[in-house]
Design a protein around this ligand. Structure first.
Ligand code: BMA
Length: 326
């Protein structure tokens, strides 16, 4: 008998019954799709989603949605919040996508790291904001092809740390970390998590989901794995844990995915079979995780879990270290 109902992974992330919680129909202006939002909570407790919005040109911009409970009654900005600025940033030619947002005490600002879609392919750009109304653009920090990037919320050994996913000319696309003294000049690039090979769920191409979560056991990373099949790609989610004071060092990495496309809104849309989180919020208890994710590149959905349970599950369903393949 199939024991799927007993699979503990079903309890790790629970889909919200109101899913999808945000769709293009809730947008105050006409758009094609809303998906892959960055997420954060303000000191007031308000949840902010910085959604990727694709209009009917096919290009994307970013738009803020705010909610007191993080589930209902979203107030969406009446107009696009952050749009491509071609005059100053020609690398944003084909729009901006997939923001990851993190509060940085030292900067007294949120760091927004997003994809700039240039004529040479996607690169990584950064901007700072205090209020999600005005943004100070730092500009492109990693050239094409690179994406799926987020900043660690604090310096490690005096340097900023960026997680990102360059795509090499040959071989698999792995997750890297790079270091900077000033958020502008980046170096000491290092692969930190490799895509597996063959039939694995996370073979050939992986990328960061939301920003890393600091726990007492290490930095918890959620990442997506892309399984390429004759029927198309399947985007699923997994977990890995990295050392707190040396985040390039992977402590353990899951074997099985924790969440994959199952519901209609995840399986069907502009790009079917995609669950793609770019951010999460953590409740006042310090443990409850609200994971906001793009579903099938069409709508925004929410899944809720416990960080403690994820760490426990990871310790029983993992291999030590990275274990990926070159
Ligand atoms: C990735 C990114 C995401 C997208 C996903 C599935 O490469 O471009 O924005 O959600 O593909 O189409």
């Amino acid at each position: 008998m199939n024991n799927f109902q007993d699979d503990p992974r079903r309890r790790l992330l629970k889909r919200h019954p109101a899913n999808p919680i945000l769709t293009a129909y809730q947008w105050p202006y006409f758009v094609n799709t809303v998906f892959n939002p960055g997420a954060t909570r303000l000191a007031s407790g308000e949840t902010i989603l910085l959604a990727r919005v694709e209009d009917c040109s096919g290009l994307s911009h970013l738009c803020v949605a705010r909610s007191a409970d993080g589930v209902t009654d979203w107030k969406v900005d009446a107009h696009p919040t952050l749009v491509a600025d071609l005059q100053n940033h020609p690398e944003e030619l084909w729009g901006i996508e997939d923001p990851r947002v993190i509060w940085v005490d030292e900067l007294d600002a949120f760091a927004v790291v997003f994809t700039c879609y240039s004529a040479r392919g996607p690169g990584v750009s950064m901007a700072l904001t205090k209020n999600f109304r005005e943004f100070d653009r730092i500009g492109m920090i990693f050239p094409p092809e690179d994406k799926d990037a987020a900043l660690l919320p604090r310096r490690i050994d005096g340097r900023w740390v960026m997680i990102h996913r360059p795509v090499p000319a040959t071989g698999s696309a792995h997750i890297w970390m790079s270091f900077s003294p000033d958020l502008k000049h980046w170096g000491d690039h290092k692969v930190v998590l490799k895509a597996r090979r063959g039939a694995w769920w996370d073979a050939n191409k992986i990328g960061l989901a939301g920003p890393l979560i600091e726990t007492d056991e290490g930095w918890l990373m959620m990442y997506h794995g892309v399984k390429m099949t004759p029927g198309g790609c399947i985007y699923r989610l997994g977990l890995a844990l990295f050392e707190l004071e040396d985040p390039t060092c992977c402590i353990r990495r899951c074997t099985k995915w924790i969440m994959g496309p199952q519901t209609d809104y995840e399986r069907t849309g502009d790009v079917g079979d995609v669950v793609f989180p770019c951010g999460q919020t953590i409740a006042d208890d310090g443990d409850t995780l609200n994971l906001y994710y793009g579903a099938a590149d069409t709508s925004i959905a929410l899944a809720t879990g416990s960080i403690r349970s994820m760490l426990d599950w990871l310790s029983e369903n993992s291999t030590a270290g990275d274990q990926g393949d070159d």
